[in-house]
Design a protein around this ligand. Structure first.
Ligand code: ADP
Length: 189
């Protein structure tokens, strides 16, 4: 299965992506994790993106597209989490997958309100101490989601491959809803 998971920060996207990846035996490709690993190993690329992550801004599209092109080159299946965040990234992804004849099987959108997302992110800030979980940076990340990533959500909705899941349920209930949706996709093949 080639699955894309979309949703705002605090929607539980990372948690669900990991569970889906484990259930379907597909690698979890999370751009946030890849970027944070680059920052912590101090590579040139890491040094370049570090201030961007700290502000909660977006890494330039060309860098992200190249990163994903390399990362997905040899994968037949994946659960993609954190990419695409802009229409340019989505266009590049679609072209890339089209070229190699490996279209997405499903796009899952985890829907949560800003209130719930913000509350969860503040809680995670206390629990995990992620450096981009400060109030100002959280609101910047959510603002960019609404401004840019929602256009990506609209794009896949128009393409008719998006399934909306209520992300405000408990983690287990969200996962059950995701599994139902994916079973529908498998059955429809
Ligand atoms: P969250 O969705 O909780 O903000 P992520 O772990 O997905 O966090 O990403 C952390 C940061 O990495 C983002 O705030 C952004 O700076 C950068 N990033 C991740 N994916 C992308 C992407 N596709 N395009 C641009 N920047 C990205």
């Amino acid at each position: 299965m080639r699955i894309l998971i979309l949703g705002p920060q605090g929607s539980g996207k990372g948690t669900q992506a990991k569970r889906i990846a484990a259930a379907y035996g597909a690698p979890h490709v999370a751009t946030g994790d890849i970027l944070r690993a680059a920052v912590s190993n101090g590579s040139e690329f890491g040094k370049q993106v570090r201030p961007i992550l700290e502000r909660g801004d977006l890494v330039p599209d060309d860098l992200m597209i190249e990163l994903i092109r390399e990362r997905l080159a040899d994968e037949d299946t994946f659960v993609l989490d954190g990419f695409p965040r802009t229409v340019a990234q989505a266009e590049a992804l679609d072209a890339m997958l089209d070229e190699i004849g490996k279209p997405l099987d499903a796009v899952i959108l985890l829907r949560v309100s800003d209130e719930v997302a913000t509350e969860r992110l503040h809680r995670r800030a206390v629990e995990e101490g992620r450096s981009d979980d400060t109030s100002e940076v959280i609101s910047n990340r959510l603002r960019l989601y609404h401004e840019l990533t929602e256009l990506v959500v609209d794009r896949y909705q128009l393409a008719g491959i998006e399934v909306i899941v209520d992300g405000e349920q408990s983690m287990d209930d969200v996962f059950a809803s995701v599994q139902d949706a994916l079973e529908g996709v498998v059955a429809g093949r």
